[in-house]
Ligand binder design. Sequence first.
Ligand SMILES: [Ca+2]
Ligand SMILES: [Ca+2]
Length: 302
Amino acid sequence: MAGIGKQINTMLSRVEVNASHCPQLTRDLQITQYAQYLCNGKNPGYIYNEAVPLCYKIDSDPRTVVESVSFCGESGGHLLQIDTDRKQKLVENLRLEGTATHRIDGIKIGGKWKFLDGTPITQVYWYPGEPGRTDLDDLSIGLRVGHHGKWDDIFATASQGKYAQYLCSGKSPGYIYNETVPVCYKIDSDPRTLVEAVSFCGESGGHLLQIDTERKQILVEIFRLEETESILKYRIDGKKIGGKWTFVDGTPITQFYWYPGEPADNFIDSSIGLRVGYHGKWDDVSATYLHGTICEKDIRFN
Ligand SMILES: [Ca+2]
Ligand SMILES: [Ca+2]
């Protein structure tokens, strides 16, 4: 009898365990699945992160703060509000792509950082050196590619592209901003030696165009360089020292885009130019001959 009693007790306790745990487990699962469904099932492009938990979406089109707010609002959301360490950890692990800075919630009003709903931001995660524009008020918060989720103060009313354009051509007449590369460049057809070209670009805060990416090369290949009475070639960065091609700052050039038959290697002071008719492909030119100049200005957002 005692043995049966024990069995019954064991069975009862098992039932108890089942009764107390299974429904709970099911409910959690249902909540998770429902949350997931609410997040990405209803709103394509959103990703559900269960650990935070958080439902987020990344979009790379350039927008002002106002445009971003309405873009997020269209899908029933709002700009990502980083108000917990967990959310910050999440964005630090995101792999943001491209060159754009991605906006998150946050704006500077009367010298104070606040979320768009007016709540003061008490915990900040600035990248070293940020916020960099202490003198201005038209600011918001973004995550810059390469800053591993740490914050950057960025313009609120201008998209990053427009701001870059302003830094490029607004501050230095003659420069053109190409958003695709991106690069800020200027083509000048006055004849100059290499030394003169370097100082000419330097006067506007630039340097000779450094073709160090495929994208920049593709850009110069669609340039319509003009032949004038005095010039047929345009200087870009590059010279030969001790048998090695380097940029003027000493960085070795690793990728070359010579025109067939170039470099002809017939100068003791070789540098690089783009010859009209070579469709952007490179020509070795004498450093002392007079050629046109293509300058580049580095755009730094701070
Ligand atoms: Ca900044
Ligand atoms: Ca040549």
